[in-house]
Structures are given as C-alpha cells and as structure tokens.
Design a protein around this ligand. Structure first.
Ligand SMILES: Nc1ncnc2c1ncn2[C@@H]1O[C@H](COP(=O)(O)OP(=O)(O)OP(=O)(O)O)[C@@H](O)[C@H]1O
Length: 301
C-alpha cells in the first residue's frame, strides 16, 4: 500500500461539496426573488471556508442548497461525487444524516438528554451500526490517509466513548471540545458557549464529509464565540475535517482558511488566509458598490 500523503499535500485536492450554475428563485412572477444567480463554488475537503456577504446576498440560501436542506431552481449541488438533485427524499435524508453535520445559531440540543447522549444522538437515531458507519468512513478516507482508528470493540455508548474506533473518535472529540467533565450534565446546566460546543461535537460525531455552520456564534458572547471558532478550526486542522460557515462577522471569518464573498446572489471574490481587517475592508468595498448599482453583476428577479 502506498504511504499516506503528507497532510498538506491533500489540502484542497478533494472536494467536500460544490455547486455549479446554482440558481435559486423564491416565488414567481413579479414578486420572484433571485437569491442565487448562477454560482459556481467548490468547498475543498480538509478546509475551513467562510461564506460572507451583505444581508440578503444569498449566504444562507447557498448553504441550504449545498447541504440538501433546500433545492436549487437550476444548476447542480454535490456532496462529494453525489449530485443531490438525483436523490429522492429518502436518499437525501439519509445523505444529510450520514454525510453532513450541522451547527446552527440556536444550539438545538435535546434538553432531557445528557451531553454524551446529545453528542451521539444522530448516530443512535440512525441506529447506525457503528460497524456500518466505520466501514463507509474508512472507505472514503482510506484513499488519502491512514485513519489509525482501528481498535477495541467494547461498546459503552453513553459515556461519550462509545465502542471501537467510533468510540475513539468520539473520545477525541470530547477532548477537543473540552467537555470531558460535563458529559453527564444536561444542556440547561451548561453555558451557551458550552452548549454550542456540544452541538459542534454532535455535528462531527458521525465523521461527516462536511459540517455546515450557519452563524454558529450568533448567540454567543465574543469569548465563547472565539472558543467555538477555535474549535471548528481545530477540527479542520487537527482532525482533517471540513467546515463551511456562514457568518456576518469578519472576526469569525478570519478563523477560516478562505472566505468566499457573495453579493446579490453571485460569487464576487475569494480571499485566502483572511484577517478580520482585510475582510472588513472587502465588505466595505461592497457596501460602497452595492448602494445603488451593486458591482454591475446584481441579481435581477
Ligand atoms: N423562503 C424565502 N422566500 C422568499 N424569499 C426568500 C426566502 N429565503 C430567502 N429569501 C430571499 O432571498 C435573498 C437571499 O436570502 P438569504 O437569507 O440567503 O441571504 P443572506 O445573505 O443569508 O442574508 P442574511 O445575512 O440577512 O441572513 C433575500 O432577498 C431574501 O429575502
């Protein structure tokens, strides 16, 4: 077997998600809104990408269509090699469950379950034979790197460890999110930042192809928000995960490897290695342009 490539060599070479020619029109006739106006964008695996743009520029619509939560009016959306438009509702639901993680502004934890139970909930609901999940994941990732997740097969599901290599993964996640001493608490006993860290751990628990985060720090104070953003960054850089995050906040976007900018339903710019100041400057430039005539590429319904 070939030696696994160095992590940097794999960066940006696999595609976690992409849309091509993406158009989304809400409504019809005179009241139609063209929320996406022909977007081509690729979200590389193993990267943290932020989606930014003025209010109403189509960020959430892009995320929802890329994640299979909503359908495009025309164009295509892919998770890996799977074109979402070819899936019936059932297969789309399974794809979302098995291959995508979500983090929303509201933490959406189940109040009656412990932290550990919340983290493993999607896998438990799926009744995912951990064997099945593990095999699929291994097949997918084995191409690019050795996962080193083999191991014991004991199954103590609700202590946050789980069984076998999935358990080792959950175990590592619990440490990354810093929740080891909170595993048996209920969400109401946690701060907002801690609750969002549980939601982040839950999103990554099934080792999805990509985690989509929609304003994940919107309900948090800046310090807790910073912790959650650091966490997303660590998951990408230390655990080879993929994150696509919608945000209004240049400071949040600066945690990403790359920022894609939308304006009037179009992709207007990309920025590698962003800083908050550069992102802010770029947004100001849009504001100047979008007051009035946008940048000449404005969406028309
Ligand atoms: N369900 C809907 N029905 C009709 N129009 C919609 C719907 N959802 C979004 N829109 C419109 O589509 C456009 C893009 O909305 P979207 O929420 O994607 O933008 P956004 O960049 O995420 O905005 P914000 O930053 O304010 O959340 C807006 O003009 C919005 O009013």
């Amino acid at each position: 077997m070939n030696a696994p490539p160095a992590p940097t060599a794999t960066k940006g070479t696999r595609t976690a998600a992409r849309v091509a020619g993406a158009v989304k029109v809400y409504g019809a006739g005179g009241t139609a809104v063209r929320a996406l106006d022909g977007i081509d964008v690729t979200f590389p695996a193993g990267r943290f990408t932020a989606i930014m743009g003025p209010s109403g520029s189509g960020k959430s619509t892009l995320m929802h269509c890329a994640a299979g939560l909503d359908t495009l009016t025309s164009g295509t959306a892919f998770i890996g090699d799977t074109e979402l438009g070819t899936l019936d509702d059932r297969r789309l639901t399974l794809l979302r469950r098995d291959r995508i993680g979500f983090v929303f502004q509201a933490f959406n934890l189940v109040p009656t379950l412990t932290v550990a139970e919340n983290i493993t909930l999607p896998m438990d609901l799926a009744g995912r034979g951990r064997e099945r999940g593990r095999g699929r994941d291994r097949d997918r990732e084995g191409r690019s790197r050795r996962d080193g997740r083999g191991g014991g097969r004991h199954d103590d599901r609700h202590d946050g460890r789980g069984g076998g290599s999935s358990g080792e993964w959950i175990d590592a996640l619990v440490d990354v999110v810093g929740l080891r001493d909170r595993l048996h608490h209920r969400p109401a006993e946690l701060s907002g930042g801690q609750q969002q860290r549980v939601a982040v751990a839950r999103a990554f628990a099934g080792r999805p192809d990509v985690v989509f985060a929609d304003e994940p720090t919107g309900n948090l104070d800046s310090r807790s928000g910073e912790e959650v953003l650091n966490l997303l960054g660590r998951a990408v850089r230390q655990m080879d995960r993929t994150v696509v995050m919608v945000t209004h906040d240049p400071v949040a976007a600066a945690h990403a490897d790359e920022v894609v900018f939308l304006a009037d339903g179009r992709l207007v710019d990309r920025m590698e290695s962003p800083t908050a100041d550069r992102v802010l400057d770029r947004l100001k430039a849009f504001d100047g342009k979008s007051d009035g005539k946008s940048d000449g590429k404005g969406a028309s319904a």
